[in-house]
Design a protein around this ligand. Structure first.
Ligand code: NDP
Length: 476
């Protein structure tokens, strides 16, 4: 037993993670259901470090030093359960099973509880950054027990992306906390991409500009507060010309966005917790809408002339308006995402460090951005921040962007350019800062049709008005 850690499941993700571990000096036991993958990994990359191939699960487990740590990197869902069932009888109390697949946090909670009864640690771990990240340094979000992190931490922190000498990995919290945070991370990724897409659409409609010109605008933005991987690759994709036709690449791609389902999980969880993550929800629905081709075709025919022509007079001012509106909307999306994490942490007793979570997204993952340092600072300065929106830098930035935000949303509405995420972010902002909300009327209606009662602003207690009778008010 010589290997410090093992990886079972050697498709693209597991293979790259195993190589990353080996390249960082760890002795890695490797195993895959069909042994050809194990053999080809060792044949092609055996010179990158020390691999201990196991043909059977039993050989694989026997090659691990104790306490054993096994990373499971197989297809999420039933295959993960199948592999766990095969592993458990081969392990001893104190051993650690790490699921690095894209599991739903509820499954992770279930598995953690089941393995705890066998004296095993089960560590649901979010891994972001795709295959490149797995190989060169992902952002790693491990859940599970603090005890398991004492063994895993030094290994994961070494193979994770590093930003300013700080690893993009930290213990998130017990049981499903890691997979939960990974899920919200993916939701935020949806919101980020939708906002970028809307900004592009606005620039295209408002300026009548070609994708290559808009690429230059994004390139400029990437030098400022919006600096991020997604803004950088937006410039790259918009500047790309299709080799076959010579036309802008983006004009040749079908406008139907696909999804693997983590956006949906995020929205479902937010509904359960009662947290309005409108930015992520709009982004998820926008992808769904894009796929409803028959409805789009029918509506396009019925309402071809419903928009009005957009005439932007001052191009530079407009570009700056869109930039500010994008930044403000992005801040809303992140504020909502962090609210969601805080709510999950409270509901499931995870005690998640919000600022620390921002830190580990600075590298390795798709939403890596300069902006995340600001989030860490905000929570460092005030851990009980009611919303990220009111932290000093965020409040200043959003406040300064409000006139731009309103102009952009109003102009787009007039012209008929769809901007669900920009518009709903602005509404969210206005709702949060409103002196009074029409929720008061909703309460009145609920009391009228269903005697659901209400509370008054001027007196303690719960009341009901006898709507069908003489309309006197009674204490409920
Ligand atoms: P896949 O999701 O395509 O899964 C293939 C692997 O699962 C193979 O090793 C396969 O073994 C194994 N497997 C499937 N069913 C079983 C089973 N019943 N018993 C044992 N092994 C089984 O691999 P990926 O590398 O793409 O992804 C691995 C995990 O990582 C998934 O959970 C995925 O969601 C997640 N992922 C994460 C990404 C990220 O950015 N973080 C990106 C992509 C994936 P065999 O070779 O024998 O068929």
């Amino acid at each position: 037993s010589t290997a410090q850690i093992g990886v079972t499941g050697l498709a693209v993700m597991g293979r790259n993670l195993a190589r990353n571990l080996a390249r960082n000096g760890f002795t890695v036991a490797v195993h895959n259901r069909s042994p050809e993958r194990t053999r080809s990994l060792v044949a092609e990359h055996g010179d990158e470090g020390r691999f201990v191939p196991g043909e059977s699960m039993a050989d694989f487990v026997a090659s691990l030093e104790r306490p054993r740590a096994v990373i499971v990197m197989v297809k999420a869902g039933a295959p993960t359960d199948a592999v766990i069932d095969e592993l458990v009888p081969l392990l001893d109390p104190g051993d650690i099973v790490v699921d690095c697949g894209n599991a739903h946090f509820a499954d992770t909670r279930r598995r953690e509880e089941a393995l705890r009864e066998h004296g095993l640690h089960f560590v649901g771990t979010g891994v972001s950054g795709g295959e490149e990240g797995a190989l060169h340094g992902p952002s790693i979000m491990p859940g599970g027990s603090a005890e398991s992190y004492r063994k895993l931490g030094p290994i994961f922190e070494k193979i994770a992306a590093q930003v300013d000498g700080v690893p993009c990995c930290r213990h998130i919290g017990p049981d499903g906390a890691g997979h939960f945070v990974k899920m919200v991370h993916n939701g935020i990724e949806y919101a980020d991409m939708q906002l970028i897409a809307e900004a592009y659409d606005l620039l295209r409609a408002g300026l009548g500009a070609e994708p290559a010109e808009i690429a230059e605008i994004f390139r400029t933005w990437n030098g400022g507060e919006l600096e991020s991987f997604l803004i950088e690759i937006t410039a790259d994709v918009l500047a790309h010309t299709d080799a076959a036709t010579g036309r802008p690449f983006v004009d040749l791609v079908q406008d139907r966005a696909e999804q693997k389902g983590t956006g949906r999980w995020t929205v479902q969880s937010a509904l359960d917790l009662g947290i309005p993550i409108t930015g992520i929800a709009e982004a998820t629905f926008a992808r769904s809408l894009s796929g409803h081709v028959d409805q789009r075709e029918a509506a396009r025919r019925a309402f071809a002339d419903a928009g009005t022509k957009w005439q932007v007079d001052d191009r530079d001012a407009f570009v700056e308006d869109v930039r500010r509106a994008l930044l403000a909307s992005k801040i809303v999306a992140y504020a909502q995402g962090f609210d969601h994490i805080r709510a999950g942490s409270q509901e499931y007793d995870w005690n998640i460090d919000l600022g620390g979570t921002a830190t580990i997204w600075r590298g390795g993952c798709i939403i890596r951005a300069r902006f995340l340092d600001r989030i860490r600072q905000a929570y460092d300065e005030q851990p009980d921040l009611p919303t990220l929106l009111v932290a000093p830098w965020f409040a200043d930035t959003v406040g300064a962007g409000v006139p731009s935000w309103r102009r952009v949303v109003a102009d787009a509405a007039r012209a008929g350019v769809p901007i669900p995420a920009f518009a709903s972010s602005l509404s969210y902002f206005d709702a949060l800062r409103a002196e009074r909300l029409p929720a008061a009327l909703i309460q009145g209606l609920r009391d009228n049709f269903g005697a659901h009662t209400y509370q008054r602003v001027d007196r303690e207690g719960t009341f009901h008005t006898l709507w069908a009778g003489d309309r006197t008010e009674v204490e409920a």
